[in-house]
Design a protein around this ligand. Structure first.
Ligand code: NDP
Length: 329
């Protein structure tokens, strides 16, 4: 009889409560693959969109969600070298992590600095690589420059504040509640403003010296995208990373022309194919995380059976840091 395990399954796309806890056959590693006992799964806004069928790539059902996780290598498929059974690793797969065991290609494993717990390791890859590319690779941020971080208490937001400060930048943080702004300040944000403050556009412009902000990490979209253009300094760079509002935005190219603005899209999945950029980010991040200068922010933690609630809390803006699900709990 084949071994079975608990896993989350999605048979039809929709809101988080379409996710069901089921008993399924445990996967076995094929050539070049490893089986990992999942300690912690990092839940991203992308997971919520994927279950809803609204992500950048098509979701095929049935499937087990969960793209980012950390765990202990439990067995090796044929031909795998350079990985030890018992080693803690992080991985970024397309799906399949919301389960007791997950099988991934050994080539895609991310070594975990020894000072990180399983939950911290699961909170690390997506948010920190994305923040690094937004601030540096595509954002070209430099020491002493101002950057605007939206949804500042979230997983990407907390990573962005920490990395920007480590790079010597000045941070303006926007978030929806005073508690979230307090967290942003604890992480080093220099100026914090409620995202529904009626004077937010002027306050952001003033905070950055009156001319607006040179670099904006834009994750909300919809009508807030227009506001980001209004908050930008002449020659400002707006890095479009997300669309948490799930609303359409309007862009009039002439407006970019008038103020010499640059709008750049960032999708981590496709940027990972740029080996040079990935290696550079990995090296910089390993130094910062390994030395403890930057610490992945673990948010609320849930059991596998409570996955739907975890996804709903993320969608309802109730969470800070990275939402974590622990399948072994
Ligand atoms: P977060 O932990 O940041 O949670 C989402 C946050 O978005 C909420 O807490 C909320 O913060 C904010 N938000 C603003 N408007 C809305 C809204 N209408 N509905 C829900 N939330 C809203 O999630 P992630 O760190 O996973 O992702 C943050 C953003 O970055 C998302 O848009 C995501 O898609 C994007 N992203 C993109 C990547 C890429 O490769 N392009 C990679 C990683 C993330 P508040 O209450 O303070 O407004």
């Amino acid at each position: 009889m084949s071994e079975s395990m608990k896993a989350i399954r999605v048979e039809r796309l929709g809101p988080p409560d379409v996710m069901e806890l089921q008993d399924v056959p445990a996967p076995t590693p094929g050539p070049g693959e490893v089986r990992i006992e999942v300690e912690a799964v990092g839940i991203n806004f992308a997971d919520v969109l994927s279950v809803a069928g609204e992500y950048l790539t098509r979701t095929r059902v049935p499937y087990t969600p969960g793209m980012e996780f950390a765990g202990i290598v439990e067995s090796l498929g044929e031909g795998v070298t350079g990985v030890q059974v018992g080693q803690r690793v992080a991985a970024l797969g397309g799906s399949g992590a919301l389960a007791r065991y997950s099988v991934v290609n050994a080539a895609g494993l991310i070594p975990v600095p020894e000072n990180l717990s399983g939950a911290q390791a699961a909170a690390f890859p997506v948010s920190y690589f994305t923040a690094y590319h937004g601030l540096k690779t595509l954002g070209r941020g430099v020491e002493g420059e101002w950057v605007l971080v939206q949804a500042a208490a979230g997983a990407l937001g907390t990573a962005s504040i920490q990395l920007a400060k480590a790079m010597g930048m000045h941070v303006i943080a926007l978030a929806s509640t005073e508690e979230k702004l307090a967290l942003a300040r604890d992480l080093g944000a220099d100026v914090t403003i409620l995202q529904d403050d009626p004077d937010r556009v002027q306050k952001v412009r003033d905070a950055a010296g009156g001319k607006g902000v040179p670099l904006i990490l834009e994750v909300v979209g919809g009508k807030r995208f227009q506001e980001s253009l209004d908050m930008a300094a002449p020659q400002g760079r707006i890095i479009v990373i997300g669309n948490a509002s799930r609303e359409q935005a309007n862009l009039r190219p002439v407006e970019l022309m008038k103020r010499n603005l640059t709008v750049t899209g960032l999708w981590l999945t496709s940027l990972m194919n740029d080996r040079a950029a990935t290696m550079q980010a990995a090296q910089a991040l390993a130094g910062l995380v390994g030395s403890g200068k930057v610490t992945p922010q673990v948010g609320p933690t849930y059991a596998l059976a409570d996955s739907a609630r975890a996804f709903q809390d993320l969608l309802d803006r109730k969470t800070t840091g990275k939402v974590i699900i622990e399948p072994a709990r």
